[in-house]
Design a protein around this ligand. Structure first.
Ligand code: FUL
Length: 471
């Protein structure tokens, strides 16, 4: 009798004390988590090339060409916000060396142009507009500079570049992302510029400690290995930073990452809405189907999408691109605003310590901060969801709570087939978000079976959706 009584006391006590599972290393830093919380970034390639119809300027262009008569950074940011983008990255300087801000270190900038009679500062207008709309601002400062005479004289040019970088990092408030490419063209008389990336990175850490840095080799965010916006079907946020260098040809490695990689360096998938990165009069935006495909292959494969939408010669986002972006936003909303699994009954093979805090309903509560957890020793598991009624669906969304590391290595999705279960989709990695598409199906139950994980599997969200658009 007394023993039973003690047990009753003990159970609620145990329930309250089940600790969250330990993380599996590596895990994201606070700045990386913040960055990964925004899945859509807009890239703005704008500068001298916009006016000369080039992709790579020579560096000898006359600043008088730069004259956007209706430039409005506020319009760029409004379009970005309305289309659901949470971060915007602008080309402060591209390879031609023309600067969109009045740098103290060169005359080759807006200050020598007719725009705003040489008094304008586009980085000011851009960062102010981002802040006003609550969007994160990022900047791309090309290290390759075809105008700057010191380029190729490594120490002198590195000092020049570091001074420009310091301007970007100190004059315009918080910068969320610094975007570095490894482009390294030949300097005058065949000179080879050796960039001092350790110096540049130290400056970013010192002056903007919350900013992430993008490049082929990270350190915080890695290039996905192509300019199509496609992450690998298998895509780990981990890699071994010593295995890639700037300008690497090991693009397959960047595309997939590595489960044993000691470094957390999630993938950013850059692609342009048009053929080129800069605006050209004869180019038009990609179709909605293409954009949707890119979304599924970037965001839907544990990546972040960096979609380039180049402002035109007037200095505005082209109406054709704006319309396409808004269509894109509405189709994403149509697919994901309705979740057939939301708050539906969910059962699991097991859950951590028998605690409701980690129960299967946490995977369908619509709250990414809570999650279903299997026992520590588990490397597999399943969750089954009963839908309200038989329903049509063709998209499934799975999310892991990545603050505790990326775990799942193999899974399948099943629906009942009369006698048992049949597999409708199979996958490897999950990460922050995995989307699977398949031909339309009808069922009243659905099951996620995790076949292999690096540590006990955790699921923060499982969604079942319908896309009315032909894939
Ligand atoms: C590359 C550049 O060479 C292209 O012009 C473009 O800016 C792309 C995003 O990065 O490194």
């Amino acid at each position: 009798m007394i023993r039973w009584f003690l047990l009753l006391l003990w159970i609620p006590c145990l329930h309250g004390t089940v600790k969250p599972p330990p993380p599996v290393l590596p895990i994201p830093t606070a700045r990386q988590l913040q960055w990964q919380s925004v899945e859509l970034s807009l890239f703005l390639h704008f500068g001298m090339n916009t006016f000369t119809d080039r992709e790579w300027g020579m560096g000898n262009e006359d600043p008088a060409f730069f004259n956007p008569l209706r430039l409005d950074a506020g319009q760029w940011i409004q379009v970005a916000a309305r289309a659901g983008f949470g971060r915007v990255i602008l080309t402060a300087k591209h390879h031609d060396g023309f600067c969109l801000w009045p740098s103290r270190y060169t005359e080759h900038s807006v200050k020598s142009s007719p725009w705003e009679k040489g008094k304008g500062d586009l980085l000011q207008g851009f960062t102010d507009a981002c802040r006003k709309a609550g969007l994160q601002a990022g900047l791309y400062l090309s290290p390759w500079d075809r105008h700057e005479p010191s380029y190729g004289d490594s120490p002198a040019y590195n000092a020049f570049y570091a001074a420009q970088l310091r301007e970007l990092l100190t004059l315009y408030g918080p910068i969320a992302e610094m975007w570095f490419d490894g482009a390294c063209g030949e300097g005058p008389n065949g000179k080879k510029q050796i960039y001092d990336f350790p110096l540049f990175r130290a400056l970013v850490r010192q002056l903007q400690p919350s900013a992430v840095m993008f490049s082929d080799e990270g350190p915080d965010v890695r290039w996905v290995g192509n300019e199509k916006g496609f992450a690998g079907e298998t895509c780990w946020s981990m890699m071994d930073r010593t295995k890639v260098k700037m300008g690497t040809e090991n693009t397959g490695y960047l595309n997939e990452g590595e489960p044993e990689g000691p470094d957390w360096v999630p993938a950013e998938c850059d692609v342009s809405i048009r053929k080129g990165w800069f605006w050209h009069p004869e180019e038009s935006p990609k179709s909605l189907a293409e954009l949707l495909d890119i979304y599924f292959k970037s965001v839907g494969r544990n990546g972040i999408l960096l979609l380039n939408v180049p402002p035109n010669r007037e200095g505005r986002i082209d109406p054709a691109d704006e319309e396409r972006l808004l269509e894109f936003k509405s189709i994403i909303d149509v697919i994901f605003n309705k979740n057939l699994a939301l708050r539906r009954p969910a059962t699991a093979g097991q859950f951590r310590g028998g605690s409701q805090d980690f129960g299967s309903d946490r995977a369908v509560d619509g709250n990414p901060a809570t999650f279903w957890a299997a026992e520590d020793s588990a490397r597999e598991g399943w969750i089954e969801i009963t839908l309200d009624q038989e329903a049509d669906f063709n998209v499934v969304r799975i999310e892991e709570p990545i603050a505790l590391g990326q775990r799942i290595a193999s899974y399948r999705i099943e629906i009942p087939d009369g006698t048992g279960w049949k597999t409708i989709a199979k996958g490897t990695t999950v990460g922050r978000k995995k989307l699977d598409r398949f031909p339309g199906l009808r069922a009243d139950r659905i099951r996620l079976v995790i076949e292999k994980a690096r540590a006990c599997p955790l699921i923060s969200e499982f969604g079942v959706h319908f896309c009315p658009f032909q894939f």
